[in-house]
Structure formats: structure tokens, C-alpha cells
Design a protein around this ligand. Structure first.
Ligand SMILES: *[C@@H]1O[C@H](CO)[C@@H](O)[C@H](O)[C@H]1NC(C)=O
Ligand SMILES: *[C@@H]1O[C@H](CO)[C@@H](O)[C@H](O)[C@H]1NC(C)=O
Ligand SMILES: *[C@@H]1O[C@H](CO)[C@@H](O)[C@H](O)[C@H]1NC(C)=O
Length: 389
């Protein structure tokens, strides 16, 4: 009940209260290890109520855009859509240009419409999706190429000078698919837009997590093996790297892959990390109290398993503040180098979250940390949960 109230309050308040404007200059004197406190505004004022959190959430969104992801385009583009057989044709128009994308819908073979659906970055989900859930295949690389910067339909529409990085461009595309589904309506599409999940693995796991954070219409976010850039904190992975681990840290991730804004290159070393007024525990926090299940593989050092555990633990403290701890799950096992292949031991965790958030199933806690992964969360978290309400 509480989580439901929190959700409604959050949705309503984020529409009416805009705290997205940031000071033109920010001199955040943070720490290279300590994760910024979700429950304190940038100006030092404490966050104590749900209304405060709605405001803090939009502040966090603006911070992520300014430092890391690049800006969402200003204004709302015009969206038109048609459905022919299983193909959506979505036309997106600004004052000067038009692009068209054509995601496909695979309807369930069981159940009755309107169906819940999973939007799969990369086209087909690598998590097991029940036969009663539709799959929407989304070709996000055609929206924004991983490399080179500025290639893709997003940039055809907004110009190559736009500073938006690939991940936020992919997320923008997910939002346009949702626009199209809402526009056409469930009697035509057979899709229930109140029960939409987003998923992807590896780079697409990063994209899925950003999509869930930036569009509150998404009921369930399922990032799989996204590692650093998804449910990993830059500060924790930075320390791991300094300790000699072969992980993908911020300094490496900005080389070659155009997922982030150029601006982020200024914040990838130890000194730069201290100046970041956010970290990815707050990306998880933006999803709260909606459903989030993080699926990780502790068998791949490159994915920085301790960073995933530490960052997820900190992120879940926001869910706790909103009275919705169980709405965030973590499911991790070591399954060698088989990237993006879910091991049997984690299948039940995925099923539990999909059933609960898409099929009306009962709540089940999922917090499965590989016991071989060691992280001292107290090294990174020096703040406490504030019960918002
Ligand atoms: C700090 O920022 C928040 C959010 O923008 C605002 O509501 C609050 O009034 C500010 N506090 C001070 C002391 O300026
Ligand atoms: C890095 O090394 C320090 C010193 O040995 C240790 O305390 C810390 O836990 C290590 N951090 C990580 C993330 O491995
Ligand atoms: C890095 O910071 C400098 C100084 O603030 C700024 O001029 C420059 O544009 C930044 N670099 C990027 C890639 O944004």
C-alpha cells in the first residue's frame, strides 16, 4: 500500500514540480570514494518528504545530463505511428526534420490482450521472457551508433553538434516507442502500456537502465550484465582499477565507445570523480519505486562485480526511503565468461520480477549476491536512509 501511495505521489509531483534547473556553475567538493547522499540536495538542504524526493529526482536527472549522458533534446517531437502486421512505423518530426523507426512486435502465444510487453534493446531479449508477454524489438544502434559519435537517426534529427551521448539517445528512442503505443491505443496494438518492461544485455544493459531511469512509464527495468555504466558506481570501479583490477572504469569507457557525452571525459580520473555530484546508485534511485531487477555475472572481472554489489546496495537505500525496498532486486552468480547467457540458478529471480510487475504476481524479495564477491559498502556510503513520507 505504502509503495503504491509513494508511486502515485511521485508520479503526480514530478509532473507539477520542476526542480531540473541547475546553477550555471557547480563546484561540488566531493570525495573520490564517497557516494553522494541521495537524501541531500545539491545545495545542502535535506530531502525529507516525497515531494522533496520528486524534486531531488529531477535534480539528479539534470546532473546526469550535464556531466555524463548529455542533454535530452529540448521540446517534444511530434510522433505519428501506424501498425502493419507486426511492424510499427513511427515517424518522429521536429520543426525541420523527420526520421522513421520500425520496431516489431511479437505477440504472446498465450493469454489474452492487452498484453504486457518487454522492449528489447538489441532486438531480442537474452533473459527468458514468458510466452504470455509480448516482445518489442528495438534496433537502438540505428538510433545512435556506439562508434563513431554522431552517427544514427537521433543525430539525423537533432544534428551532429548535439552533445547527447548514445545511451540517452537510445533511451529517447524507447520513449518514442511508448509514445507510439499510447497513440495507437491498446485495442489496436494489443499492448498494455501500463505493463512495459525494458531489457538489454552488456552495452544494451546500460541502455536499458538509463531508459528505465528516464521514462517513468516503464514499470520494470531489467538490465543484464551491464557492469560499469549500468549498475556500477564510477567511484567504486575507479578504486578497483587503482587496486589493479582489470575492469572497465570511467577512463576506459570513454575511449572509443560514444555512450556518454564528451563532457564526461573531464571527470574520469580520481580528482574528477570527486567532483561528480552523483554516481550510479542515483541512476537506480531515479527508477524507485518502480520495479528494477539487476542481473549480473560475477564471473567476469571486466564487469566489476564488487562495484555492482556496492552500488546496488547504495541504490536500494533510495527504494527503502520510499518504502519499496523489495521493488529493487539483485541477482548475481559467477557463470564464467558466458556473457549474456542467464544461468539456470538465476532464472527464478527473473521470473519472480516479471511475474510480479508484468503479470500481477506476488512480491518476492530477490537479493542474491555471489558470496565470493567482497565489498565494504561502508567505505563508500557515509549517509543514512531517510524515510520519506
Ligand atoms: C535547495 O534546493 C531545493 C531544490 O531545488 C529547494 O527546494 C530548496 O529550497 C533549496 N534550499 C535552499 C536553502 O536554497
Ligand atoms: C582497494 O584496496 C584497499 C587497500 O587494500 C582496500 O581497502 C579496498 O577495499 C580495495 N577496494 C576495492 C574496491 O577493491
Ligand atoms: C572540460 O572542462 C573544460 C574546463 O571547464 C571545458 O572547457 C571543456 O569544454 C570540458 N571538456 C569537455 C569535453 O566537455
Amino acid at each position: 500500500m505504502l509503495k503504491h501511495l509513494a508511486f502515485l505521489a511521485l508520479a503526480g509531483l514530478s509532473a507539477s514540480q520542476d526542480c531540473s534547473a541547475l546553477p550555471s556553475t557547480i563546484n561540488y567538493a566531493g570525495h573520490p570514494l564517497k557516494l553522494p547522499d541521495p537524501f541531500t540536495f545539491l545545495n545542502g538542504t535535506k530531502v525529507t518528504t516525497l515531494a522533496d524526493w520528486a524534486c531531488r529526482r529531477s535534480e539528479i536527472s539534470s546532473l546526469l545530463q550535464r556531466y555524463e549522458l548529455g542533454p535530452l533534446p529540448p521540446g517534444t517531437p511530434t510522433v505519428a505511428a501506424t501498425l502493419t502486421s507486426n511492424r510499427l512505423t513511427i515517424t518522429i518530426t521536429t520543426s525541420s526534420r523527420t526520421i522513421t523507426i520500425t520496431p516489431t512486435i511479437r505477440l504472446p502465444t498465450s493469454g489474452s490482450p492487452p498484453f504486457p510487453a518487454v522492449i528489447a534493446l538489441g532486438g531480442s531479449p537474452s533473459l527468458p521472457i514468458p510466452s504470455s508477454v509480448a516482445v518489442i524489438s528495438y534496433n537502438n544502434e540505428e538510433i545512435a551508433a556506439t562508434d563513431p559519435r554522431g552517427r544514427g537517426k537521433f543525430f539525423d534529427l537533432y544534428g551532429t553538434a548535439t552533445k547527447t551521448g548514445g545511451l540517452l539517445a537510445w533511451s529517447w528512442g524507447v520513449s518514442r516507442i511508448l509514445d507510439a503505443l499510447e497513440l495507437l491505443g491498446s485495442s489496436l496494438t494489443k499492448i498494455d502500456t501500463k505493463r512495459i518492461a525494458v531489457t538489454g544485455c552488456s552495452r544494451n544493459g546500460k541502455g536499458a537502465m538509463v531508459s528505465g531511469a528516464f521514462d517513468t512509464r516503464i514499470a520494470l527495468t531489467l538490465p543484464q550484465e551491464g557492469g560499469t555504466g549500468a549498475m556500477g558506481c564510477w567511484r567504486i570501479v575507479g578504486e578497483m582499477k587503482r587496486n589493479g583490477s582489470k575492469t572497465e572504469d570511467a577512463a576506459q569507457i570513454v575511449t572509443g565507445d560514444q555512450w556518454f557525452a564528451k563532457e564526461f571525459e573531464n571527470y574520469t580520473d580520481e580528482k574528477g570523480l570527486a567532483k561528480l555530484p552523483f554516481d550510479h546508485h542515483l541512476l537506480a534511485g531515479m527508477i524507485a519505486p518502480r520495479g528494477l531487477l539487476v542481473v549480473e555475472n560475477s564471473g567476469i572481472e571486466y564487469l566489476a562485480p564488487p562495484s555492482a554489489v556496492g552500488c546496488a546496495t547504495a541504490g536500494r537505500m533510495v527504494f527503502e526511503g520510499l518504502g519499496a525496498t523489495g521493488n529493487m532486486g539483485f541477482s548475481q552468480a559467477a557463470h564464467g565468461s558466458s556473457h549474456c547467457r542467464l544461468p539456470g540458478v538465476l532464472e527464478g529471480d527473473v521470473r519472480a520480477f516479471v511475474e510480479r510487475f508484468l503479470l500481477g504476481g506476488v512480491a518476492k524479495e530477490v537479493w542474491r549476491v555471489d558470496e565470493g564477491v567482497r565489498v565494504d559498502v561502508g567505505r563508500y556510503v557515509d549517509w543514512k536512509v531517510v524515510k520519506l513520507g
